[in-house]
Design a protein around this ligand. Structure first.
Ligand SMILES: Cc1cc2nc3c(=O)[nH]c(=O)nc-3n(C[C@H](O)[C@H](O)[C@H](O)COP(=O)(O)OP(=O)(O)OC[C@H]3O[C@@H](n4cnc5c(N)ncnc54)[C@H](O)[C@@H]3O)c2cc1C
Length: 406
């Protein structure tokens, strides 16, 4: 009985990081046990990229690390062992060809996350990784600061690959943080990130049909004006979403905690400033104002901005009084929106914060406090931008930990 339960490594969590860790370890002839809380493996992986699975991107290592902010350099060792090119080669080796239609984001060429998951599953089967699903861990056994096992399963190595707190329906319940804390690890402040935001302005609800390309969103708070992002913007019933918002939201959540509301100024006209707009309007001053604005903005937004400035859409520009003209031009260049909240972790694709990097050796992903305890994937204090960053980190860290486990 004892013999059956002895493993070289036990991995907790069968997400992107845990599965990659299982494969790299098993390819080194290690006996691997993968424990998953949900009835099936890879639930979050399946939901990624709107079901298409944006596996990685084409950035060079330095630029890639920049996408994770200040903590990004921690990834250097893992990326030097397993970067985006290795990821593409790896997936090819297990039968998943990739494509990169926009030159940046890499997807499986099937554009179906299911194909990625079943290839990983097949590879784990081939390597005889033992997988137990619907398994709730009770305890990691530690003696004299060394790993002994998990519950009745014995091993000198345990990997915590339990992900973050975002989308609890996909298995994210923060168990990894709880387990790490028991053994003395610090957990940095946890905030939901990469999610839609609620705004105070109710007019946005009337603009849901249109996507604004290359919107520039900037925080309008004296100390935080440097916080700026550019990308496609979409209005929702209660706020804003779209790639620019997903990336930006991780900056907004800490500010919301501090200020309750976060004023934004949004440029929806390709970065045109007040002077550019004035010239455009003057050139077309014989037309009515709505006709002039729809040359720059979708009609739904144009109508709402006119309402905000109390200008009739049928009015000729020359008949609008000076104060209202100025107000309209200002509003077009810097449309004010006020973020008031969000749906928390329930809609957060990523968790900002996690197991402190100070207590993890970046060369191995092993804990500096407990011998044989490893962390990989989203559970550590790293969160990247939208565009394949976070899966790549999960693959890189999972691969590194798995490869080095003795
Ligand atoms: C909707 C959505 C879309 C996304 N799209 C993309 C994308 O296209 N590209 C990209 O790069 N990133 C994307 N992300 C982010 C990316 O999915 C995550 O960063 C990544 O999956 C994290 O991998 P992980 O293995 O660390 O954690 P997870 O994938 O969350 O896996 C952790 C696993 O551990 C299990 N677990 C938790 N606790 C326990 C326990 N106590 N015992 C056993 N098992 C446990 C969970 O059930 C889960 O299966 C997306 C996220 C979401 C929510």
């Amino acid at each position: 009985m004892h013999d059956i339960c002895m493993y070289d490594v036990i991995i907790i969590g069968a997400g992107a990081a845990g599965m990659m860790c299982a494969i790299s370890s098993a390819r080194n002839d290690k006996k691997v046990l993968l424990l998953e809380k949900l009835p099936k493996i890879g639930a979050k992986l399946k939901a990624t990229g709107g079901g298409k699975c944006n596996l990685t991107n084409t950035l060079k290592i330095e630029e890639f690390m920049d996408g994770f902010g200040r903590n990004g350099r921690f990834m250097s060792d893992a990326l030097s062992v397993f970067d985006n090119k290795k990821t593409v080669e790896f997936f090819k080796s297990i039968g998943v060809k990739t494509d990169c239609l926009d030159g940046f984001r890499v997807f499986p060429d099937s554009h179906n996350s299911g194909s990625v998951l079943s290839a990983l599953e097949d590879e784990m089967k081939r390597l005889h990784v033992k997988i137990i699903c619907a398994y709730e861990i009770k305890k990691i056994e530690v003696k004299d600061n060394k790993i002994v096992g998990v519950d009745d399963f014995k091993s000198k190595n345990v990997v915590i690959a339990t992900g973050g707190l975002g989308y609890p329906t996909l298995g994210a319940h923060g168990d990894g943080y709880r387990l790490a804390k028991i053994y003395g690890h610090k957990i940095t402040q946890l905030n939901p990130a990469m999610m839609p935001l609620h705004v105070k302005e109710t007019w946005v609800t009337n603009c849901r049909a249109d996507t604004i390309p290359k919107a520039i969103v900037q925080v309008n708070l004296p100390k935080h004006k440097k916080l700026k992002a550019t990308g496609d913007l979409i209005f929702t019933k209660t706020g804003i979403r779209g790639p620019v918002v997903l990336d930006f939201s991780r900056e907004i959540t800490p500010l919301l905690k501090k200020y309750n509301e976060v004023p934004l100024s949004v440029n929806m006209i390709n970065g045109k400033n007040e002077e550019d707009i004035r010239l455009h309007v003057k050139k077309n001053s014989d037309k009515n104002i709505l006709e002039i604005i729809v040359m720059l903005l979708p009609k739904s937004v144009a109508l709402e901005l006119l309402k905000l400035c109390q200008i009739e859409s049928t009015c000729k520009y020359k008949n609008i009084d000076g104060i209202k003209r100025d107000r309209l031009i200002r509003t077009m260049a810097k449309t004010p929106l006020t973020v008031t909240g969000h749906d928390g972790f329930s809609k957060a694709m990523i968790t900002r914060g996690g197991v402190s990097l100070k207590q993890i050796n970046p060369k191995t992903m092993q804990s500096k406090l407990v011998k044989g305890l490893y962390f990989c994937g989203e559970v550590v204090d790293l969160d990247g931008k939208c565009g394949g960053y976070n899966l790549q980190w999960s693959f890189s860290s999972g691969y590194l930990a798995g490869e080095l486990i003795k």
